[in-house]
Each structure stands twice: as structure tokens, then as C-alpha cells.
Design a binder for this molecule. Structure first.
Ligand SMILES: Nc1ncnc2c1ncn2[C@@H]1O[C@H](COP(=O)(O)OP(=O)(O)O)[C@@H](O)[C@H]1O
Ligand SMILES: [Mg+2]
Length: 268
């Protein structure tokens, strides 16, 4: 097999982030007190290869979304550096596209019109139409172009959002628990499609999930974060072909290890 030369796409060094806690009532144990400075990301250092699929796993509230927002340039940091292509990150880029867990489609636009938003920079109308058609087909939404979001299933909505993100030809695709709200079977289908999409596009994907198995199915690299303040518990490269059977071989061992690390048993 041809070995691709691996270049570093993202380098995060000594990243720290604190928030000022505004809530006066404590809802969870370990939460920060009102008006206290609350450490969320504690000295994170890691790198991500160009064109790789990196998954971040960690307990709810540990700082995963905050981390991705900082790398995307939407959120400030307190300490440390974020380098993208060797350059210090200053501001968001239109080539860094986010897909969130919540419904991100415009409800008053059809599936076609929503995907078209991602294609607005393509000036040639013929090329634009062609690209929209291709991307709708790619995500399996052909025949549903004229449907509004409320007429689409949860999975179809996610597909439309993925199409809208891909049509931008992102350099980095940020996905924050994109399939978290889907039913189990649809989630598995979407995972499979993400693996296919990743082989077709030369983009770096940063993917947040709280699902350990999802991370192991998808990632070339899995970064396991601790409870807040998030520290890196494990940073694992997964050089296994797809589709992956998580129940045997060394990937099963890695899976067990991550479950234990998160205080869980892999076979409940
Ligand atoms: N803008 C903010 N102001 C204050 N606290 C915040 C803000 N955003 C996130 N937090 C706190 O930071 C912690 C991490 O949040 P988040 O990154 O959303 O976690 P995750 O995505 O891992 O569930 C949480 O405790 C949350 O309450
Ligand atoms: Mg989050």
C-alpha cells in the first residue's frame, strides 16, 4: 500500500482555558462556584496529521466543545498556542466548517436550498447546480431535494448538513457530536458514510463524540479526555482498515483500555 507522507495539520501546545462561572446554583458535584474562575482545559498538547480523522472522547461537560471552538478560532484561550499549517491561529476561516449536534438547517429552505448555501461561492451557475446535485447524491438525498427540514427524518437532516459542509471543500471539518441525537441504526449508517466521505476528500476531520465505539470505528487517532478540567488521558493512533470489528484483536484491547480509563466496563 502506498504510504502517504504525514504532515502536521494542527498543533496544540499547552492549551489552557478558564471560564468565569456565572451560575449561582450548583447543579452537579464538582461544578465551579459562582463568580469563581473555572478551569476547563488544563494544559492540552497534541498534534493532528493532515488529512486524518481525529476523534475526541470524554465525559459530558469536560470541555470538548470548548476545545473545538478554540481550534476553529471562535473562542479565546488563556494560555498556549494553536498552530494550523504551522501558523498561529488568529481568526475563523471559511475553509473550517462546523457541523453541530443540533439542527443546523434553515427550516424555511428546502434540502436543495440548504445545500446551495454551502455552494454560494461557486459563481458559474452551471457548475453550482452540478455540484449541488453531486453532493445531494453523495449523501443519498436524491429525490428529497424539495423537502423542507420538517419533512426529513433526523438522519436525512444530518445528511443535508454534511452535504452543505462538504460542498465548501473544507480544509478542516469540525463535527461536534453530529450523530448524537440519531437512533442507533441511523447512527451506524452515518458512521459508515463518514468513513467513505473521508476517503474521498482530502480534509482533516475533528470529530467529538461521547461514544467510545464511535470514536474507535471512525478515528485514525483517538484522544481521550478526562473529566473537567480536561486533560489528555490517552492519545492513540489507530492504523486499522475499515470496516473495523471492535470485538477482536488489538483494537478490542484498546477499546477495553479506554472503557476502564473512563471508569466503565466494556461488557456491561
Ligand atoms: N461560555 C461559557 N461560559 C462559562 N462556562 C462555560 C462556557 N462554555 C462552556 N462552559 C463550561 O465549560 C465546561 C465545558 O463545556 P463544553 O466544552 O461544552 O463541554 P462538552 O462539550 O465536553 O460537554 C462546562 O462546565 C460548561 O459549563
Ligand atoms: Mg459539547
Amino acid at each position: 500500500m502506498e504510504q502517504k507522507e504525514k504532515m502536521t495539520k494542527i498543533l496544540v501546545k499547552g492549551l489552557k482555558k478558564t471560564f468565569l462561572e456565572r451560575r449561582s446554583r450548583l447543579r452537579y458535584p464538582g461544578q465551579c462556584h459562582h463568580r469563581e474562575t473555572c478551569l476547563v482545559l488544563d494544559n492540552l498538547t497534541f498534534s493532528v496529521d493532515q488529512g486524518s480523522f481525529t476523534c475526541f472522547v470524554g465525559p459530558s461537560g469536560c470541555g470538548k466543545s470548548t476545545l473545538l471552538r478554540i481550534i476553529a478560532g471562535f473562542e479565546s484561550k488563556n494560555e498556549g498556542t494553536v498552530l494550523i499549517d504551522g501558523k498561529v491561529l488568529h481568526a475563523p476561516s471559511e475553509k473550517h466548517v462546523f457541523v453541530f449536534q443540533e439542527d443546523g438547517l434553515f427550516p424555511w429552505l428546502t434540502a436543495w436550498q440548504n445545500v446551495a448555501i454551502g455552494a454560494r461561492r461557486i459563481t458559474d451557475p452551471e457548475k453550482r447546480t452540478h455540484e449541488i446535485e453531486e453532493h445531494i447524491e453523495l449523501v443519498g438525498l436524491s429525490g428529497f431535494e424539495d423537502h423542507y427540514p420538517h419533512e426529513l427524518s433526523g438522519g436525512m437532516k444530518r445528511r443535508a448538513e454534511v452535504a452543505r459542509a462538504l460542498i465548501v471543500e473544507p480544509d478542516i471539518l469540525f463535527m461536534d457530536e453530529p450523530f448524537g441525537a440519531l437512533d442507533f441504526v441511523t447512527r451506524l449508517q452515518m458512521r459508515e458514510e463518514m468513513v467513505n466521505v473521508h476517503t474521498m476528500y482530502d480534509m482533516t476531520i475533528l470529530f467529538i463524540t461521547h461514544d467510545i465505539d464511535e470514536a474507535l470505528q471512525l478515528g485514525d487517532q483517538v484522544i481521550v479526555l478526562s473529566d473537567r478540567p480536561a486533560r489528555i488521558n490517552a492519545d492513540i493512533k489507530l492504523d486499522f482498515p475499515h470496516p473495523r470489528d471492535l470485538t477482536t484483536g488489538s483494537i478490542a484491547e484498546i477499546r477495553k483500555e479506554i472503557y476502564y480509563q473512563m471508569g466503565l466496563h466494556p461488557a456491561l
